[in-house]
Design a protein around this ligand. Structure first.
Ligand SMILES: Nc1ncnc2c1ncn2[C@@H]1O[C@H](COP(=O)(O)OP(=O)(O)OP(=O)(O)O)[C@@H](O)[C@H]1O
Length: 256
């Protein structure tokens, strides 16, 4: 197994008297796709927000490439390679698809050129090539000059992924990426994520309600219930685990 690029070690998060995440370990091997699933209220979002830096845990550590990042802000973690998408789309309605990608790239690679971005200057040839390449790999060339406000949800989600990838992350955290997508759009998203993993030094973490997407896409899946890990393994192992099936009774159906 490849060394872990990201780890949560013994993470506990309390909200008043409620223990939302209880001493959870979560390991993301390099270049892997790992799913985080569980019934409603299991603690998935809380763990996700703790990894990305929006929640500080009561106990435990988040470790990126062997270095603790637990006390760093979400922005500082992003600069070190943890990128994320949001469940509710957070695109800028008045920026084009190309501008989203360019902005993200400049924040990461050329912060000194942000002023030019605001003033509307054109990209340098190498920059244009990189942006064009990324747009093309996600099938977004035809909509590159459309404003985000005019895009259907399925395309908007791909723009979110493109924007995250433009920052060249080591780990991309995806929060309910298939939410609101139809089957064709979900299939397209899955293709894009598999391609990103294949062509980059990138690990992906999915918090996702669509279990068939998770079981089809992930190398490993971790299942939380009431804030604790009840299973971790390959999609087949997790699907057949009696504890997982019991946890899902009355929630959503396990299996595809
Ligand atoms: N900010 C908060 N304040 C108080 N309780 C919270 C807060 N955020 C989450 N919780 C509680 O913590 C527990 C875990 O919630 P969390 O949102 O992490 O679960 P989840 O697995 O993401 O659920 P869902 O699938 O419904 O999104 C739940 O009992 C929830 O009500």
């Amino acid at each position: 197994m490849t060394a872990a690029v990201l780890e949560a070690r013994g993470v506990t998060v309390r909200f008043g008297g409620l223990v939302a995440v209880n001493n959870v370990d979560f390991v993301v091997p390099g270049n892997a796709i790992v799913g985080l699933v569980g019934p409603n209220g299991a603690g998935k979002t809380t763990l996700f927000e703790t990894i990305s830096g929006f929640i500080t845990p009561n106990a435990g550590d988040i470790v990126l490439g062997g270095e603790p990042v637990t006390r760093l802000s979400p922005q500082a973690r992003a600069r070190r390679g943890i990128s994320r998408t949001f469940q509710r789309m957070e695109l800028f309605p008045e920026l084009t698809v190309r501008q989203h990608v360019l902005l993200s790239r400049r924040v990461t690679h050329r912060p000194s050129r942000l002023r030019e971005f605001v003033l509307g200057s054109y990209e340098a040839p190498a920059e244009r090539e990189a942006v064009d390449g990324l747009l093309s790999s996600l099938g977004l060339t035809d909509v590159a000059d459309r404003y985000a406000a005019t895009l259907p949800l399925g395309v908007g989600r791909l723009v979110e992924v493109a924007r995250s990838l433009a920052a060249d992350p080591r780990v991309l955290l995806l929060d309910e990426p298939s939410s609101g997508l139809d089957e064709t759009e979900t299939d397209r998203l899955a293709e894009v994520l598999l391609d990103a993993r294949k062509t980059r030094e990138l690990a992906l973490v999915l918090v996702e309600h669509n279990l068939s997407l998770v079981l089809g896409l992930c190398d490993e899946v971790q299942v939380l219930d009431f804030g604790e890990t009840i299973a971790r393994g390959t999609p087949a192992e997790v699907r057949d685990d009696p504890r997982v099936q019991a946890a899902y009774i009355g929630d959503v159906e396990v299996g595809a």
